[in-house]
Design a protein around this ligand. Structure first.
Ligand code: BGC
Length: 721
């Protein structure tokens, strides 16, 4: 008998259910507080997994209880939300998405895994790969933005980064792709609400990133809190069993979200805890995170015949198999062992990576000619606003092991970068609240300055979980303050710290430059200084369409055209009476200190059949005197199909360095199968006909180069999407 069979044969029912039970240690609070006696539960074999614990000593101590003091000595699975770095905090995922760079996405996950593993962590509840098209939803900050192609690339890169080449290695952690599915589509952007999306949208928009995570070998997946059309994801057998396990062949662990199994009662689909436990287990959920529903409900569910021992055993097998893959049976202390402590250069290597990623995440939203980089003639700079000297905020949400005292604020970064200038600081107002007593002094500083760096936005706690907002403006008295600063007529570069696009048309209109600086992590200040001083030429691009007004949300580029598309001067068309339909900034938008133009889009061949591919090439010219990096997006549009297709669908991205005055070529090979879509019967179909191929620097239709290809034969594929 193998190890897993032997253990299963030796386990009592209570011990089996223990393997399916995850309890929180008290180090961090990531859900409604509950007191669980973890030590006693571990000793008794009633707890097989623990979350929210890190640190070599701390994890070793609790692991010892399992290995040395429980009857069967099965090691614990120790999980933690390592969402954008562990000790070294990287930019929040939405900011990292602005890089459009899978290699760097993978590197930051690798660095995070190394650090978390050193702290004894074996599993992360990341990556979060929920497509989000509604910036009211606070969790848009945790994921890769609005596009399924980007989300899939992000999911694969992060999974590889966390898990490394060998999941058993001392520096690898199990990834958990979350939260399946359509969590980003909650009604009106309101956290935890119901989502009601069509099967087609589910398959085309919300599920592909999870399929990509599975293809990349993710060890675990977490179902979301929400229901889809009345079926809570925690009990969604059709998606978890039917799609994920049976169709995609996922045989890893499904871990519930925090307390989600017990919440099936609140959802109104279970009458008591035994029914809730049975629904989740039947749907394929292996680990009950923090609800105690399996411990309380499964014995009763067994008695009532709602579940069988075979289902419990199947869950236990998957959990034990994960522990085995992680090498926990061979050496439960491998992660966090003395030998793997951080060596001198490693921490600074990770900080350097965090700075590189942070400066690449900055999106230059607007810039009047000559406004940036800051000219050497500017001798006196007023760095003002409530986010100027706010290191804790720079870390953003989900920075559990991050340390504010190690984070560089914007003020600190600028002081370090510009030692020969005079830099004055005042907050002016708080992030939220009504206190305006600091305003006069801050305005005085601005009056005496040659230029103002205005640091405004949200607190880190205003995005992330349980942080939906109905208003996309600046909280507190920041708008009043910012307008008073703008009224002074000084050159103003505004830095927006936020976990979502903010609708601030007045700012974009009036400031000389505005930069989206999100929550950039521990190196935030240095990254900002690199861009403001021109040491680094901005290259970040928006992974989510930026609305003018909250009334435009949800908003995304890949809409269907409708029978009456928006048309200037036409009443009966798809538009608003009181707002343009166009966004403030399109998906992919982001300026550079260079200026690029695109020429000569070519597609070879222009007539293709299934199984073939199209070579696409475009020339990019740097028309400026500054070396820079261009970002090119490849979109397609299916002109006539059996179901209406989006006006643009992303199929590729290229980042390409072009020296001042030079030209370069960007190329793609587009397999014809990439033109398939979810047809009327919900299978993937490739339909013949004409497709527009577009290349541009964003999804702005006015700026796209266009060519046409023709697919001359159709087929139905039986893909696992
Ligand atoms: C969140 C998850 C997270 C879990 C554990 C939940 O409230 O939705 O994303 O992984 O807590 O902290």
């Amino acid at each position: 008998m193998g190890r897993i069979d032997t253990l299963l044969a030796a386990m009592t029912v209570e011990e089996k259910i223990g393997q399916l039970t995850m309890a929180a240690a008290s180090l961090a609070v990531t859900g409604p507080a509950k007191l669980v006696d973890v030590a006693e539960g571990v000793r008794a074999g009633r707890i097989g997994a623990v979350l929210n614990l890190w640190g070599a000593e701390e994890t070793r101590a609790v692991q010892r209880l399992a290995v040395d003091e429980s009857r069967l000595g099965v090691p614990l699975l120790l999980g933690l939300d390592v969402v954008h770095g562990h000790r070294t905090i990287f930019p929040v995922p939405l900011a990292e998405a602005c890089l459009f760079d899978p290699a760097l996405w993978q590197k930051s996950a690798r660095a995070a895994a190394e650090e978390a593993a050193m702290d004894g962590v074996a599993m992360t509840f990341a990556p979060m790969v929920d497509v989000a098209r509604d910036p009211r939803w606070g969790r848009i900050v945790e994921g890769p933005g609005e596009d399924p192609w980007v989300a899939s690339a992000f999911a694969a890169a992060k999974t590889r980064g966390f898990q490394g080449d060998d999941l058993a290695a001392a520096d690898s952690v199990a990834a958990t792709a979350k939260h399946l599915g359509a969590y980003g589509a909650v009604t009106a952007g309101r956290e935890y609400a119901s989502a009601d999306v069509s099967e087609r949208t589910l398959r085309e928009i919300y599920l592909p990133a999870f399929a990509a995570a599975v293809a990349a070998g993710t060890a675990a997946i977490m179902p979301a809190f929400n229901d889809i059309a009345g079926v809570p994801m925690t009990a969604n057998a059709a998606l978890l069993k039917g799609w994920l396990r049976d169709r995609l062949g996922f045989d890893g662990v499904l871990v519930s979200d925090y307390n989600a199994i017990a919440e099936l009662l609140e959802h109104g689909v279970a009458g008591d805890i035994a029914e809730a436990a049975a629904l989740a287990l039947e749907a394929g959920v292996d680990i009950d995170m923090m609800s105690g529903a399996y411990a309380k409900g499964l014995p009763e569910a067994l008695r009532r015949g709602l579940v069988g021992m075979a289902e419990i055993d199947a869950g236990v097998r998957r959990v034990l198999a994960l522990k085995e893959r992680l090498g926990l049976f061979d050496d439960p202390y491998r992660r966090g062992a003395a030998g793997s402590r951080d060596e001198g250069g490693e921490a600074s290597r990770r900080r350097a990576l965090a700075r590189e990623i942070a400066r690449r995440a900055i999106v230059l939203l607007t810039c009047a000619p000559g406004a940036l980089p800051l000219s050497p003639d500017i001798r006196r700079i007023a760095v003002i606003g409530p986010l100027a000297a706010a290191p804790q905020e720079m870390l953003g949400p989900w920075a559990l092991a991050g340390r504010a005292e190690e984070a560089a604020s914007i003020l600190r970064g600028l002081e370090a970068a510009l030692p020969d200038r005079r830099i004055d600081y005042a907050a002016g107002v708080d992030i939220a609240g009504e206190d305006t007593r600091g305003v006069p002094a801050a305005l005085d500083l601005c009056r005496g300055a040659d230029a103002v760096v205005l640091c405004i936005g949200e607190a880190a706690s205003m995005s992330g979980e349980a942080a939906s907002r109905a208003d996309l403006g600046l909280p507190g008295r920041q708008r009043m303050f910012a307008e008073a600063v703008l009224d002074l007529g000084k050159p103003v570069a505004a830095l927006l710290s936020s976990g979502r696009p903010l609708a601030l048309p007045w700012l974009f209109e009036r400031a000389d430059a505005v930069l989206a600086t999100w929550f950039l992590g521990g190196e935030a200040g240095h990254a900002v200084a690199d861009v403001l001083t021109g040491r680094f030429n901005p290259t970040g691009r928006l992974p989510a369409t930026w609305p003018r007004d909250v009334g435009q949300t949800p908003i995304f580029y890949g809409q269907r055209q409708a029978g009456r598309p928006a048309k200037a001067g036409e009443r009966y068309c798809s538009r608003y009476l009181d707002l343009p339909v166009t966004p403030q900034f399109p998906f992919g938008h982001g300026l550079s200190y260079s200026r690029f133009s695109l020429h000569d889009l070519r597609c070879q061949p222009s007539r293709v059949e299934a199984g073939e591919s199209v070579e696409i090439a475009v020339t990019v010219a740097n028309d400026s005197g500054v070396d820079g990096e261009a970002t090119l997006f490849l979109f397609v549009r299916d002109l006539v199909a059996s179901v209406a297709r989006p006006v643009l669908e992303l199929k590729g991205v290229r980042k390409i360095v072009v020296a001042a005055g030079e030209r370069a070529q960007a190329t793609w090979r587009l397999p014809v199968e990439a033109l398939a879509f979810v047809g009327a019967d919900l299978d993937l179909v490739l339909e013949p006909g004409r497709f527009e191929v577009h290349v541009g620097q964003s999804a702005d239709p006015a700026e796209l180069l266009t060519s046409v290809i023709e697919l001359v034969r159709s087929s139905t594929t039986s893909s696992a999407r």
